[in-house]
Design a protein around this ligand. Structure first.
Ligand code: BG6
Length: 498
């Protein structure tokens, strides 16, 4: 295997040290809370296995813990199935064996002492430089109990703690949770994860905006008509009713992923790509957001949701939400951001679409087609194989002046380094082990988002039903009129030639 550390931007030899330099990776004991849950199965265990296989990770030992009574062997069996089913890279038997011997399991019922003993044993194998990474893959309500357990088990020193979203349920609970966690861990030890910020495509928004002179001058209300962040999912609940019923689409996706991504689109250029500067600019976006007006939101629930196992027969949980968000600052005042996401929708897509203001059209002959296919768009596809497309009007070849929509497309898949793409969780786990907060969210940012969401949370419009396999309730069209939703696309993405 090549030395993967070369792909990380370490400082050049002999250069002056700075606070922004990444820490070298120390050996780590990773304690995975919620180790038998959905996220661990789909993303975390396959991601950790790949980090080990690819040698991106330092020397690690992983201790899974959850309420289920399993032996370490049973846990390894489950982990193997998860890696086989959800892993993005095939592992040889030898590679699996090397990973498996690093996995242990301690049930929560065994108590804090048993967990502390397992961590200590793992640290002895790793040597005196070993650090701890506690990954809390647990719902917001369980987070406090886990933090208390870590304190009781004496596992706070030399430790960092990764906390999953949603962080709290509303402003009051987020403040309470932040205060509670701060009693045990310093802010520097806390990593509030939002995996959308680790997606290669999300990071490409920063590169695209700030590493080029081309787009930034037009990235404002003088040239941009509106923005859409549209993340429909075709998948349904997938046995996650216990998590989803009290959460719903707004807390699961919007106040978290969609708004975090929105901040990358909307923020001012940070002074540096480092945690403080980026957080400052993101938090300014959140503070400039107008409180969400419930009249600007469409909540939906797919027909059949109430019959899902674990769902209340009279549930009002939304499985769909579309809303208009306004950022009242000099760059964005008057430019609406339309956000939409939902389960069991027509297609799974993750796009950001920037619609530019239209050109004057009268100079073109009538019937030329100018403006007939909507405004020019810049579209980011946040899929793992990230893409960017710019659509514009061009002349259709032949006599006269007929116009048609054309596009230029870039796809990561077409570059030589496509195989180096890290899955979002893989990247963020590595960043947390290195102590790099750049792509993590802050207490202040999260609290601002809950604050701006309060009117909607306090007075949510009733959830309208929609047929599974559609784009949501009909009211979505009124919400965006006179504009229109980009999805479904009138033209498909062009697939990369192999
Ligand atoms: C998770 C949500 O955070 O993100 C899920 O809890 C959602 O409901 C998922 O399906 C989407 O993430 P991705 O990376 O698969 O698009």
């Amino acid at each position: 295997m090549p030395d993967r550390t070369q792909t990380i931007a370490y400082p050049a030899p002999g250069s002056r040290p700075s606070r922004r330099d990444p820490e070298p990776l120390a050996p780590h004991v990773i304690v995975l809370f919620g180790a038998t849950g959905d996220l661990a199965k789909r993303k975390l265990l396959p991601g950790l296995a790949y980090l080990q296989q690819s040698r991106f990770a330092p020397d690690v030992r992983i201790i899974g813990t959850a309420t289920e009574d399993l032996t370490s062997d049973e846990f390894r069996d489950r982990a193997k199935k998860a890696v086989e089913k959800f892993g993005t890279h095939k592992m040889s038997d030898e590679e699996w064996a090397q990973f498996a011997e690093r996995l242990e399991y301690v049930p929560v019922t065994a108590g804090p002492e048993a967990l502390a003993a397992a961590v200590k044993a793992a640290e002895e194998l790793l040597g005196p430089d070993a650090r701890r990474l506690h990954y809390l893959s647990v719902p917001p309500k369980a987070a406090q109990a886990v933090i208390a357990m870590l304190r009781d088990a004496g596992l706070v020193e030399r430790a960092r703690v990764v906390m999953e979203k949603p962080f709290g349920d509303d402003l009051a609970s987020a403040i309470e949770l932040n205060d509670f966690v701060h009693e045990t861990f310093d802010e520097a030890q806390i990593f509030r994860i939002d995996h959308f910020l680790g997606k290669e495509a999300a990071l490409n928004i920063l590169a695209f905006r700030f590493a080029n002179g081309l787009f930034e001058p037009i990235w404002n209300r003088n040239f941009i008509d509106h923005v859409q962040i549209d993340i429909p999912e075709s998948l349904g609940l997938d046995q996650r009713a216990t998590f989803y019923e009290p959460t719903g689409a707004f807390k699961d996706m919007v106040v978290t992923h969609l708004m975090q991504v929105m901040s990358f689109v909307a923020m001012e250029p940070p002074t540096a790509l480092e945690p403080r500067a980026i957080s400052e600019e993101k938090n300014k976006v959140f503070r400039s957001m107008l409180p969400i007006n419930p009249a600007d939101a469409v909540r939906g629930q797919y027909l059949g949701y109430r019959h899902e196992e674990g769902v209340a027969p009279d549930s009002d949980t939304e499985t769909f939400i579309a809303l208009k968000v306004e950022i009242d600052n000099w760059r964005w005042a008057g430019v609406p951001f339309f956000l939409r996401t939902g389960k069991r929708m027509a297609e799974g897509q993750r796009i950001i679409s920037i619609a530019f203001k239209e050109a004057p059209k009268t100079m073109f002959p009538s019937g030329s087609g100018v403006g007939s296919e909507g405004p020019d768009h810049l579209t980011f596809d946040l899929a793992d194989s990230s893409r960017v497309s710019l659509s514009f009007y061009g002349k259709r070849p032949g006599p006269g002046m007929r116009l048609e929509k054309l596009s230029m497309q870039f796809s990561t898949q077409e570059t030589g380094s496509a195989a180096d793409v890290l899955e979002a969780y893989e990247r963020l786990i590595l960043d947390a082990m290195r102590g790099d907060h750049t792509l993590f969210t802050t207490a202040e940012g999260i609290e601002s988002l809950w604050d701006r969401s309060a009117p909607l949370l306090e007075d949510p419009p009733p959830a309208k039903s929609y047929q599974p396999g559609t784009w949501g309730p009909n009211a979505i069209h009124q919400l965006i009129a006179p504009r229109a939703w980009r999805l479904p696309f009138e033209r498909e993405w062009r697939e990369a030639k192999q």
